[in-house]
Design a protein around this ligand. Structure first.
Ligand SMILES: Nc1ncnc2c1ncn2[C@@H]1O[C@H](COP(=O)(O)OP(=O)(O)OP(=O)(O)O)[C@@H](O)[C@H]1O
Length: 460
């Protein structure tokens, strides 16, 4: 059974606009309110996911006091609701102030139903993502292995299910993913969900330890094994006995050490450096890498047999750019976390910040978004965090609104297509128009509109 349509509350005192808007939102259960009291009654009863709120409400239809008071009340009653403030075109400052008070976005009149619908849909999408994450967090209360995991991505949620399934087996798990995608977090969850949870979780980063030291770090050494070996020292594998041993950046394990690790995986015994004794160790092995181990194996830099031993179960962590919506959900959650941590009270992000967070590719993944939001929470002066505060945009005032963004997108797409077509047609505009499926006069109009010169188009 599909879930019921979400509630959208339209707070608007103009009866003409009320009836116009009522029919614009297929797929929503539309509620209409003309006053603060009516709006709050709907919010209490239906907890709408999105509200469009006209700031000019009676008894102050020419001002914004009643509208802002309504915004505040809705925020108190339903903090998860996304409020889009609708206001006159000459009242941009009020709209921006409303964002400071916790509105999600603003929309400047005159109303174009199609564009407003886009803004509402975007707010609804964010509401859905946050709701999914809230559900996930409720299920994973503090102290549980996924308590710190923030996500609303189906990919990541299904990885959590896989982790739950394999955690209590001793299967060796190989976690593959770019830096900052949460490999260590998942490795710890595997440990915490296993019967080994009372014993140690010991991690070694193969890339961080010089090659000469890595063997003794992993396997330990006997007194006198080398200069400076003043006493017998167990290695990290031994210290993890009974627990989980996490080999991070396994792709950096020197070739010379790989046979020794392979032998341990096969026989479950280690020999300390300089020792003869075989010491049995019972650990569960989890490893991780950001590298393509099969490609390394093909180049002779990683033993194929070791790869297959380590990867009895392979879990692939998707980068943030392949988890639609997760960047925003993470940013909101980190904002809450660092507000509490640093006793700050930033209300949220400006629309341009949300846009930028969504668009930026986050090569450092979750770690990067965590650090970026943390810094912005500490440094930002205003009540809300802008793209500029996040270091994602030069000047927040230059931010395009959604309609401008769409225009920009269209301009870019059309310009690129025209350039390609002219190049392909070798400068012949009739042929280029044919390729584009438009008439020659339309092509001329577009060239004029985008100030493109046919020759210049060809060269780019
Ligand atoms: N989904 C998530 N929700 C909340 N925090 C996360 C999430 N994923 C990762 N983190 C946090 O991001 C940081 C980086 O995660 P982690 O160290 O697990 O990544 P990694 O893939 O092991 O990175 P590297 O390969 O660079 O060691 C940690 O502080 C971790 O707690």
């Amino acid at each position: 059974m599909s879930s019921p349509a979400p509630h959208l509350l339209i707070v608007e005192d103009d009866t003409g606009l009320q009836s116009q808007l009522r029919w614009c939102f297929d797929g929503y259960r539309v509620l209409i309110a003309g006053t603060r009291a009516e709006a709050l009654a709907h919010v209490r009863k239906h907890r709408p996911s999105v509200v469009t709120l006209d700031l000019g409400l009676p008894p102050d239809p020419g001002g914004v006091t009643e509208g802002l008071a309504t915004l505040n009340d809705i925020r108190m009653l339903a903090p998860e609701t996304k409020i889009i403030v609708v206001t006159g075109n000459d009242e941009r400052t009020n709209a921006v102030n409303a964002i400071g008070l916790g509105a999600y976005d603003f929309y400047l009149k005159p109303i174009d139903a199609g564009t407003l619908r886009l803004v509402v849909d975007r707010a609804q999408a964010l509401f859905n993502l946050e709701a999914e994450n809230r559900l996930f967090q409720e299920k994973n209360q503090p102290g549980t292995p996924f308590a710190n995991l923030i996500t609303s991505s189906d990919n990541v949620l299904s990885l959590c299910r896989e982790v739950e399934k394999v955690a209590d087996t001793d299967a060796k798990v190989l976690l593959i993913g770019e830096t900052g995608t949460g490999k260590e977090l998942f490795a710890r969850a595997l440990h915490d969900l296993s019967r080994r949870t009372e014993a140690r979780f010991v991690a070694v980063n193969c890339a961080a330890i010089p090659e000469q030291l890595l063997e003794s770090e992993l396997f330990g050494y006997e007194k006198g094994a080398f200069t400076g070996a003043n006493r017998q020292t167990p290695g990290k594998i031994e210290r993890a006995d009974g627990g989980t041993f996490f080999l991070d950046e396994i792709g950096d394990l020197p070739l010379a050490l790989q046979p020794k690790l392979l032998r341990f995986l096969q026989e479950r015994v280690i020999e300390r450096v300089g020792g003869r004794e075989e010491i049995p160790v019972d650990v569960r092995i989890v490893s991780a890498t950001h590298q393509d181990l099969q490609a390394l194996a093909a180049q002779g830099r990683f033993r194929e047999d070791l790869y297959y031993r380590l990867g009895e179960v392979v879990l692939q962590l998707p980068p943030l750019r392949e988890r639609p919506g997760d960047a925003i959900v993470l940013a909101q959650a980190f904002l809450k976390r660092y507000n509490a941590h640093f006793s700050k009270s930033h209300r949220g992000f400006t629309p341009d910040a949300l846009n930028a967070i969504d668009q930026y590719p986050w090569p450092g993944n979750v770690r990067e978004i965590d650090g970026t939001v943390k810094k912005a929470v500490v440094m930002a002066d205003g009540p809300v965090i802008s793209a500029k505060d996040l270091g994602l945009q030069q000047d927040a005032s230059e931010t395009p609104t959604l309609s401008l963004t769409l225009r920009e997108v269209r301009k870019q797409a059309e310009t690129t297509a025209i350039r390609k077509a002219i190049a392909q047609a070798d400068g012949n505009l009739s042929q280029a128009a044919n390729l584009l499926g438009i008439t020659r006069p339309t092509l001329y109009k577009l060239l004029e509109k985008y100030e493109l010169k046919p020759n210049e188009s060809q060269s780019q």
